[in-house]
Every structure is written in C-alpha cells, then in structure tokens.
Design a protein around this ligand. Structure first.
Ligand code: ZN
Length: 209
C-alpha cells in the first residue's frame, strides 16, 4: 500500500489507461489499469485524485493495479477553473522535474499540503509561485544567497533561472528585480505558513516566473 496522487492519465486501447502517479514511497511510477469504465476506476485514474494504492511491480517499469481506496478527489479544485489551472501547473511541475522511482517524501508532502490548501485559498497565485520556488529550492536550483552568483559582490539584483547576479555579471536574458520584487520572491520561497503566504501580494512578479 502506498499513498499517491495521480498526475497524468493516458487512454490505452479500449477501456484501459496508463496512469502516472507521484507516490510518497517510490516517487513517480506508472500504473496500468484495465476496466477503467467503472466509476471508482475512472475517479482513481483521473489526475488530482489522492489514493492509497495497492500495486505490484510488472514488466517494463509498468506497475500492475490491484486495488485502491480514494482519499481525496479534490472536488473544490475541480469545480473552479482558476484553482484547477493552478493545480494542473503544480502537477506538471512534478512531472517535469521528478525521475521515476526516485523517492521524494518531502516534496510529496509539499504537493499534498498545497493541493489541500488550494481547495479554499483566497490567493491561488501566491500558492502557485511559492510552490514553483519551493520546488526549485528542493531540487537545488534556486539560491537565496543575496550576493552575486558569479563574483559574490553586492548588490545582486538580476535574476535568471534560480540565481541572482550583480549588474556586471548578469547573463544576457536575466531580469532586473526591484528590491520589492526581490523581497516578495524571497518571502514566497521561505514562508512556511499558508496564512502568511496568502498575505503576499505577488502581482509584481507576474512576468518574472
Ligand atoms: Zn557579479
């Protein structure tokens, strides 16, 4: 039994699906499901569903479905276009960054808590940006060091792909940050409480990330 969240689902021949699941214990795995026309299996194989999965390893890295119980369909997200788009973004970020069978329990817990909060949050864009930055931090792709990544001189106010640079070392396509933008970005990355995150006005970062 392993808890996991369905990220992606592809129809396969008639009545079958191949579902990519992000699990707490095994990272990304791919599951083959047959007879998906029953309501329970349709729901299970639908992206966003969190469930306890009973699986066994099959051939070619494709796991076999034995049984599962649904823990959360995230209905309030499915019923709201803005929340749904934010959730889709979170799921796609996991798909893009995670390797098959590489356990990432902290990241799983992060995704789970963000999806749960997304049901009711008044500020989905803060959650979207915060998740993006926290994922970069988790993968070691974001540095919050205030000094320039190249020469280590201050001030480093140009930003590109997770690193900050001073005006002399900035790469050609980096973006210049105002000190406000710099502070918002930093706060989104490090703030742990959802209540505090939701207070952050991130309109200014819109074109940046
Ligand atoms: Zn520099």
């Amino acid at each position: 039994m392993s808890e996991g969240i369905a990220l992606k689902s592809v129809d396969f021949r008639e009545n079958k699906r191949i579902v990519t699941i992000f699990t707490a214990d095994h990272g990304l795995i791919t599951v083959f499901m047959a007879s998906i026309k029953t309501p329970q299996r349709l729901n299970l194989s639908s992206p966003l569903t969190r469930a306890d999965w009973q699986l066994k390893p099959g051939r070619n890295d494709l796991w076999k479905f034995l049984d599962a119980s649904i823990l959360d369909l995230h209905m309030p997200i499915r019923q709201d276009l803005n929340r749904l788009q934010t959730a889709r973004y979170l799921l796609s970020q996991i798909l893009e960054t995670q390797m098959p069978h590489k356990p990432a329990p902290a990241l799983y817990a992060l995704l789970r808590s963000f999806l749960n909060r997304l049901k009711t949050t008044p500020n989905p864009s803060a959650l979207r940006l915060a998740f993006h930055l926290k994922l970069l931090l988790h993968e070691g792709l974001l540095s919050l060091d205030p000094s320039c990544a190249t020469c280590h001189a201050n001030p480093a106010n140009h930003f590109q792909t997770g690193l900050f640079y001073c005006p002399s070392c900035k790469p050609p396509r980096s973006a210049a940050l105002t000190s406000d933008q710099h502070e918002i970005l930093h706060n989104l990355a490090i703030t742990r409480s959802f209540q505090d995150l939701e207070q952050i006005d991130c309109k200014e970062l819109k074109d940046l990330l």
